[in-house]
Design a protein around this ligand. Structure first.
Ligand code: ADP
Ligand code: MG
Length: 253
């Protein structure tokens, strides 16, 4: 079982879109996938077709130790993977976790119990460095960083890179950046091409070959309760994510 965090300290950069579409792409390749929604907004949950208001138990209960992943995970009805769902309740977990021991290892310990059930676990992180994100980073073998090729993209990345280094040094020796994924890419915009080149110059092979284009079908899919990959398989966005899933599998070999 390989565990990846999809993380970036900025909001609205495509973390959730990457999580659910990579999950659906991997599922299409025959992989058994669990999506863990660690964001109290519950967008990965809703975007997988699961009503966040009707979750009981949720990832909150798993973190606090009152439910197991096996009894909490639900099937995404149209996407072929399972989801450990989140809702607003998760925002309260932060405060309650502080008083518990192993507070940054709660998710890791819970995932150990389902090691034989999944090939991939994808953790959708909130856009902050909270105890929730820390639980994700401590559990993971690596981090996938979606990013838009905008002017301050590289600067914003240094915070995340430092955080990953610290977690690597203190809490999780296995943690590494698996790769940077260029998302919402528009090749007609010269600045995006320039930033993309800078990214490759700076991070080399850590930049995934696959590029995810800006594609409206990916943005529409969540309101239909499924990832773009299954909502409109012929769309450019869906095809890019299936190709990305292939690249991820290839890189691990
Ligand atoms: P985050 O989880 O980092 O906050 P989201 O995945 O929710 O970011 O994406 C932010 C917004 O951008 C959402 O409305 C989403 O539908 C849209 N979006 C994400 N990726 C694409 C894309 N490749 N093309 C068009 N819209 C996208
Ligand atoms: Mg999100």
């Amino acid at each position: 079982m390989r565990i990846f965090c999809v993380a970036n300290q900025k909001g609205g950069v495509g973390k959730t879109t990457t999580t659910v579409n990579l999950a659906a792409g991997l599922a299409q390749l025959g992989q058994r996938v669990l999506v863990v929604d660690l964001d109290p907004q519950g967008n990965a949950t809703m975007g997988s077709g699961i009503d966040k208001r009707a979750l009981d138990p949720s990832v909150y209960d798993v973190l606090l130790g009152s439910a197991s992943i096996a009894e909490t995970a639900r099937e995404a009805p149209k996407a072929g993977y399972r989801v450990l769902g989140a809702n607003r309740e998760l925002a309260g977990a932060e405060g309650e976790l502080v008083g518990l021991d192993q507070r940054e290892r709660r998710l890791k310990l819970a995932l150990a119990e389902v090691k034989a059930d999944y090939d991939f676990v994808l953790i959708d992180c909130p856009p902050s460095l909270s105890l929730l994100t820390l639980n994700g980073l401590v559990s993971a073998h690596g981090v996938i960083v979606p990013m838009q090729c905008e002017y301050f993209a590289l600067e914003g990345l240094s915070d995340l890179v430092n955080t990953i280094k610290q977690v690597h040094a203190n809490l999780n020796r296995e943690l590494e950046i698996i790769g940077l994924l260029r998302v919402m890419f528009d090749p007609r915009i010269t600045l995006q091409q320039q930033v993309s080149e800078q990214l490759k110059a700076h991070f080399g092979a850590k930049v995934f070959d696959t590029v995810i284009p800006r594609n409206v079908r990916l943005a529409e899919a969540p309101s239909y309760g499924q990832p773009g990959v299954t909502f409109d398989a012929a769309s450019k966005g869906a095809q890019a994510f299936v190709e990305f899933a292939r690249e991820v599998v290839r890189r691990l070999k």
